[in-house]
Ligand binder design. Structure first.
Ligand SMILES: NC(=O)c1ccc[n+]([C@@H]2O[C@H](COP(=O)([O-])OP(=O)(O)OC[C@H]3O[C@@H](n4cnc5c(N)ncnc54)[C@H](OP(=O)(O)O)[C@@H]3O)[C@@H](O)[C@H]2O)c1
Length: 329
């Protein structure tokens, strides 16, 4: 049976101010579908790209943005085995999470530890999932290596600092303003560089005795990427996560040759769809770290569902740190 719920809806490509709070029809429940009553949803930079028509995937109108949420299972399709109504879960949804309820595939849904609140769980899967996959599967980060994280106070960035520390790396974080340095240090960075006033290349060389960083986690792109190629160690891995600066950089191939380094693409959503079992194992590892008190997800701001546009503006103004969460009454 289909039903409709209140949601924050995009009806045309545009900025946060173009979203409207209206009824949205939920799809029929397919055999592998799970319907979740949303308690909270996580905001991600790609949500702002999706409503502007600048994301890889363009849903048809009208649609609710929102790629991740936490809540309670309301109903499951006939082929769903491991989930039942009443389960506390988090989920990735592609889009649709900025709503009272959402329908997603069972492979995207994970039961959450009792000690994990809905607010924390809502902002957990995309940034931690991406970062674990990036550092462990793609970056092969080893104990004792130097990890350089750009945009280190942001959603994926702060997770990279924290997981890098847990994996035994020496972490150097970069930020765009001095106010963000404290949280990056608190989460485990040995050093913080302010890239609006300092040269990333010069400082990283100085901090690593001229060697450069072994693994670079780049969610910023633009100038940060260009400088990364000039301060990466021999056999380094430059992880291409995203382009929050707004510029997709181009890499001169001779730099990869001279440095003997690899430029490694990371697309967590595609990985999760192609390798669901490996993704599930990654989540088991992440939940275990959380339950042992090794991860402290940082939510710097929360907004009610009707204020998704304000939440997006706050994210885009670079004022927030860690995650921004949308709460649903
Ligand atoms: N590859 C994947 O699978 C994957 C998955 C999730 C996210 N991503 C990508 O990762 C990036 C970050 O996402 P997020 O959700 O962590 O975003 P976020 O919380 O907004 O963090 C982005 C960080 O980028 C920095 N930044 C530099 N220039 C910026 C600018 N012009 N506008 C906004 N921020 C700027 C900001 O730090 P300062 O102010 O300190 O500079 C900010 O903390 C996005 O490009 C996103 O698409 C990729």
């Amino acid at each position: 049976m289909s039903s409709s719920v209140k949601a924050m809806i995009a009806k045309a490509w545009g900025g946060p101010e173009t979203l409207v709070y209206e009824d949205l029809a939920l799809p029929e429940l397919g055999p592998r579908h799970v319907r979740i009553r949303v308690h909270a949803a996580g905001l991600n930079f790609p949500d702002t790209l999706m409503i502007a028509g600048k994301y890889q995937f363009k849903p048809s109108f009208p649609f609710a943005p929102g790629m991740e949420c936490a809540g309670v299972v309301e109903a499951v399709g006939e082929k769903v085995r491991d989930l039942k109504p009443g389960d506390r879960v988090l989920a990735t949804t592609g889009h649709g999470a900025f709503a009272e309820a959402v329908v997603t595939e069972d492979r995207n849904v994970f039961k959450i530890p009792d000690s994990m609140s809905y607010e924390v769980a809502a902002g957990f899967p995309i940034t931690y999932g991406t970062t674990y996959h990036a550092l462990v599967d793609r970056g092969r980060l080893k104990k004792g290596e130097v990890l350089l994280v750009h945009g280190a106070a942001g959603g994926v960035g702060l997770n990279a600092v924290e997981l890098g520390r847990e994996l035994g790396a020496t972490v150097i974080g970069t930020v765009g303003s001095d106010e963000k340095a404290a949280i990056v240090k608190e989460y485990g960075a040995a050093h913080v560089i302010n890239y609006s006033t300092e040269s990333i290349k010069d400082r990283v060389k100085e901090l690593t005795g001229g060697n450069g960083a072994d693994v670079i986690y780049d969610a910023v792109g633009g100038d940060a990427f260009d400088q990364s190629l000039r301060c990466i160690n021999w056999d380094g891995r430059l992880l291409v996560i995203g382009f929050a600066s707004g510029r997709i950089p181009e890499a001169p191939a001779n730099m990869a040759l001279i440095k003997g380094c690899s430029i490694v693409g990371v697309f967590w959503g595609a990985f999760a769809a192609r390798e669901p079992e490996k993704n599930r194992a990654n989540f088991a590892a992440l939940f275990s770290l959380f339950q042992h008190g090794k991860l402290k997800p940082h939510v710097s701001a929360s907004f009610p569902l009707t204020q998704v546009p304000q939440a997006m503006q706050a994210l885009l103004s670079r004022k927030t740190t860690g995650k921004v969460v949308i709460t649903v009454p």
